[in-house]
Write a protein that binds this ligand. Structure first.
Ligand SMILES: NC(=O)c1ccc[n+]([C@@H]2O[C@H](COP(=O)([O-])OP(=O)(O)OC[C@H]3O[C@@H](n4cnc5c(N)ncnc54)[C@H](OP(=O)(O)O)[C@@H]3O)[C@@H](O)[C@H]2O)c1
Length: 328
């Protein structure tokens, strides 16, 4: 049986999750795909850090060393930031590798470019993990776009903000206390700027915009607000009126094709599809012409939700690619 050779870029929360799931599901994947997979190399930044054992795998801080390994066909990418991730994935695609990424910061900016390059090279890009981790929004959108037209997308795309807003309402705590708790539970980073400023939700919205509308609005024309201005008093007042504050990223398309996007706090009532989304969950509500409104919700982050959808992307890509090779 043939073996797919793979590399994992980044071996933090997500990268380790990918490695674990590939090992745990090895036999199952082999049976369902008719191909084995072997992780040949792992890229990290700090060679001195102690980390889980990966017997027989090259662990390196040099991407060039990974590029030089003959026969790598799949790259899983779970590093941080636009660069060098974009450079590494472009180089991998140029060499004929399929790539699967969780990196929303990089993909929101370079996603269309990478997909264009991949099309030209006859390989695939998987990016389910970039937007809502365990919530299968990318495959769902791809599927419904075959027939439906999307008018509007609204999402709770940042679990940390949603957790904090939920805690402020249920525990009647201050913003600072909710943030402290989110940090203690590992939901917020030591530097929570991207989560509470709305930037994380904005990047994910831009990925959805590319997929649903084939383009993005001008980034500097999108109003992006976080949750930092909300007070316990605001939350209490909303509750008394039967309303809830939700941090919502939304985008809609006008009849003339123009896109309107907004990221920020919204006061919603019980009739709103995102009213009941609590804690760290993510949710996305899509308005379409034939289906009407569809809402998906679930875990929008975390080691295994994120890593498992990357392995699903891998299985989809291998299946698609094998069918393509058989057909020519
Ligand atoms: N965590 C989640 O729940 C989640 C969910 C969805 C998407 N994501 C995305 O997935 C990616 C990884 O997230 P994470 O939580 O796994 O991050 P993490 O725990 O901080 O791990 C990042 C890993 O990437 C390595 N790395 C960072 N920059 C590098 C560079 N320039 N060259 C080589 N290696 C580099 C780090 O190396 P060292 O170990 O040597 O420091 C580390 O192993 C991010 O883009 C994130 O936005 C994460």
């Amino acid at each position: 049986m043939a073996t797919i050779q793979a590399a994992i870029l980044g071996f933090g929360t997500v990268g380790q999750g990918i490695y674990q799931i590939l090992n745990e599901k090895k036999v199952h994947l082999k049976q369902s795909l008719g191909l084995d997979i072997e992780v040949k190399a792992i890229l990290i930044r700090d060679l001195a850090k102690s980390r889980m054992a990966t017997p027989g795998v090259l662990v390196t801080d040099s991407f060039q060393e990974i590029e030089a390994i003959p026969g790598i066909q799949v790259i899983f990418e779970a590093i941080v930031g636009e660069e060098p991730a974009f450079d590494y994935l472009s180089r991998a695609i140029q060499k004929g590798c399929h790539v699967i990424t969780a990196n929303k910061v990089m993909f929101s900016k370079y996603g269309l470019q990478l997909e264009k390059l991949a099309n030209a090279k006859g390989v695939h890009v998987g990016y389910e993990a970039t937007t809502a981790a365990g919530v299968p929004i990318i495959k769902t959108l791809k599927n419904l776009l075959q027939v439906n037209q999307v008018h509007k997308i609204q999402g709770i795309l940042n679990g940390t903000s949603n957790y904090m807003l939920t805690q402020m309402r249920i525990q009647q705590c201050l913003f600072s206390e909710a943030l402290q708790e989110a940090k203690l539970l590992g939901y917020a980073e030591a530097d929570p700027y991207n989560d509470i400023s709305g930037q994380d939700a904005f990047r994910k919205l831009m990925i959805l915009s590319n997929l649903a509308f084939g383009k993005q609005p001008e980034w500097d024309e999108v109003e992006v607000e976080g949750i930092t201005n909300i007070s316990l008093e605001d939350v209490r007042k909303a509750s008394k009126e039967g309303m809830r504050f939700k941090h919502i990223a939304e985008i809609s398309q006008e009849a003339d094709g123009a896109l309107h996007a907004y990221v920020g706090l919204k006061l919603v009532g019980q009739e709103h599809p995102l009213y009941a989304i609590e804690g760290v969950d993510n949710a996305i509500s899509i308005d379409t012409n034939y289906i009407g409104t569809l809402t998906l919700s679930g875990p929008g982050a975390g080691k295994f939700p994120t890593a498992s959808v990357m392995v699903e992307d891998y299985a989809d890509i291998i299946r698609k690619h094998t069918e393509f090779l058989v057909s020519i």
